[in-house]
Design a protein around this ligand. Structure first.
Ligand SMILES: N[C@@H](CCC(=O)N[C@@H](CS)C(=O)NCC(=O)O)C(=O)O
Length: 221
């Protein structure tokens, strides 16, 4: 029996919140969601108040399991994989699992140029923007990683290691960025992006993001 709550930010902007949310929803893990509005006064204190624990950084996402807080998207992914081994959130094969973790870690700590220049914005209508050399280098690296994963055609699924898992969730905000800023990508990447965007969990998050009343010209990376 579990009692999970995921504390998130605005669905239109909060890329880090989107990651565990889409994973949990897609995997059928039941949870309560609690949204704290980004850029609101004392945002971090509000997040801390939601957790009931003063020691968390006060950023979202935070996963609460029966009142205990796990924070940071990577730690949340690892916790979910430990708690729900039957969901296969990481690949079963040890080497594939290591590679998926490498790719997820690269996303977690990297691609700063792309994240700064192209913030996640779910409701934005697709519109091409100029891309700097630094952003193009990030795009090239991400596409190379995706291509290498997809070429293995694991379990015949359309996702990076076959079935949608933690690494796909980690890259879900990149899918939105490539889509809405019309980043030129290979057909392989486009097919992958279409598969991710077709997921019912993606559609549910996107619909909720479009319905949100908040509009900011400062964006979350
Ligand atoms: N390393 C964290 C990053 C979390 C993060 O930067 N969250 C943003 C929202 S997307 C946030 O809480 N921003 C508000 C703030 O930093 O005060 C993770 O992996 O979850």
């Amino acid at each position: 029996m579990s009692d999970l709550t995921l504390i998130i930010g605005n669905k239109n902007y909060s890329s880090w919140s989107f990651r565990p949310w889409i994973m949990m929803r897609h995997a059928g893990i039941s949870f309560t969601e609690s949204l704290v509005v980004l850029f609101s006064e004392d945002f971090r204190d509000k997040v801390r108040a939601h957790t009931g624990a003063g020691h968390v950084p006060g950023q979202v996402p935070v996963l609460l399991d029966s009142g205990e807080a796990v924070w940071g998207s990577l730690a949340i992914f690892e916790y979910l994989a430990d708690k729900f081994p039957e969901k296969g959130l990481w690949p079963a094969d040890m080497m594939m699992r290591a590679k998926a973790r490498s790719g997820a870690g690269e996303m977690h700590s990297g691609f700063g140029a792309l994240r700064s220049a192209l913030p996640m914005n779910i409701r934005l209508e697709p519109n091409a923007v100029p891309l700097s050399d630094e952003v193009l280098a990030d795009v090239e690296r991400i596409e190379a990683l995706w291509a290498e994963c997809l070429a293995r055609k694991l379990d015949g699924g359309p996702f990076l290691f076959g079935a949608f898992g933690n690494i796909d969730a980690m890259y879900a905000p990149i899918v939105n960025r490539f889509h809405v800023y019309q980043v030129p990508v290979s057909q392989t990447s486009r097919n992958y992006m279409d598969a991710v965007m077709a997921l019912p969990a993606w559609q549910e998050w996107a619909a909720a993001a479009r319905d949100e009343p908040w509009e900011f010209d400062t964006y979350i990376r």
